[in-house]
Design a protein around this ligand. Structure first.
Ligand code: NAD
Ligand code: SER
Length: 314
């Protein structure tokens, strides 16, 4: 990878991914794009282009002008947002994906896009979910993610596009707020702990979901994209996770730093339903074996960093 264009770059992942890629590959070699302007973003003031991923011609023009060798496609609607407008979700998530894949095919670009634990469903084995297993998701987001994984594999086998992807768990970070997912509670809880010393969770007590700290997520993307293609038996998409946690576990960890922290519940049936349809813990063995996936943050280390970073912001 030498020169990278990013779609959906103002999002939770795209913001930190852009910053890290610019550190490694040089500012002039990374072009972030998004449907909106970077007004209050960490990316404000630097090179940036507006792009609605549904506009294939505009994407093609930007690629022709910038001449990247890689496209990282982050533009999407997340799980809770998809349930509010499933047709719009299909248009952006699937229409956007095929536009990005076509541009990769026509301009010979390497291609990365994230799938999700949302690509699994209630009939998937819930514990140590294998890399290759039953995928019958019941959310619109899940339908998009499974279709997306298959479409990326198809572009690799049919057209030789170098497509790679991971199934991210919930991602926890403090630079940019999450964009409407089921796992957002695991970010909000840290901000509310610092601000108000309490949090009301819309996810129920004992609901475990996989999670990862954003630094590990960004490193995983770069590691996979730089991995030797000969080592990759799978492509779209690798299971990756660093921890399987529930709200009580996060609260107990927070209490080691904020002893009076109070956790209450007001469960949202939509997001709880989605969470219950996802695995409790997925198995990342294939990512470790095929491209040395090696997350550095567990719940304790991440909690310390999240609380400190949020205090510093305030
Ligand atoms: P996000 O919602 O924070 O960011 C998505 C970005 O896409 C936003 O900046 C938004 O403005 C942009 N966008 C929306 N519609 C667009 C359009 N039509 N054209 C161009 N841009 C558009 O999401 P994220 O968390 O950064 O997720 C990025 C990718 O990673 C998505 O595919 C998501 O499904 C996947 N993922 C995220 C997580 C997570 O926990 N954050 C977990 C698993 C997978
Ligand atoms: N964080 C994402 C969501 O909840 C997982 O894909 O939608």
């Amino acid at each position: 990878m030498e020169r990278i264009i990013i779609t959906g770059a103002l999002g939770q992942i795209g913001t930190e991914l852009t910053l890290k890629l610019r550190d490694i590959y040089g500012e002039e070699n990374v072009l972030p794009t998004d449907i909106k302007k970077p007004e209050s973003s960490a990316l404000k003031g630097k090179t940036f282009e507006i792009l609605d991923i549904r506009d294939a011609d505009r994407l093609s023009e930007l690629v022709t002008a910038f001449k990247p060798d890689t496209i990282m496609h982050m533009a999407a609607l997340l799980s809770a947002t998809c349930e509010k407008d499933p047709k719009l979700a299909w248009d952006i998530n699937m229409g956007g994906l095929i536009n990005a894949l076509e541009v990769a095919r026509n301009h010979n670009l390497k291609f990365f896009t994230p799938s999700s634990i949302g690509a699994f469903g209630p009939s998937t084995p819930k514990e140590n979910t294998p890399q290759v297993t039953i995928q019958r998701p019941t959310s619109m987001y899940g339908v998009n993610k499974v279709s997306g994984e298959l479409l990326c594999d198809y572009y690799f086998s049919k057209f030789g596009v170098d497509t790679r992807g991971v199934r991210f768990p919930g991602l926890i970070s403090h630079v940019k707020e999450p964009g409407g997912g089921t796992t957002d509670y695991a970010v909000e809880i840290f901000f509310e702990a610092v601000k108000n010393g309490r949090y009301t969770s819309y996810i129920d007590k004992n609901t475990n979901m996989d999670m990862m700290y954003m630094d590990d997520a960004v490193d995983a993307i770069i590691q996979l994209m730089e991995a030797d293609a000969d080592r990759l038996e799978n492509r779209n998409a690798f299971n990756v996770t660093a921890m399987s946690i529930n709200p009580e576990m996060v609260a107990n960890e927070i209490r080691k730093h904020i002893p009076g922290f109070k956790l209450e519940y007001d469960v949202d049936p939509i997001r709880q339903g989605i969470a219950e349809s996802w695995p409790n813990v997925i198995d990342s063995t294939e990512a470790v074996k095929q491209w040395d996936f090696n997350p550095q943050y567990n719940l304790a280390k991440m909690t310390e960093i999240m609380l400190q970073a949020i205090r510093n912001k305030q």
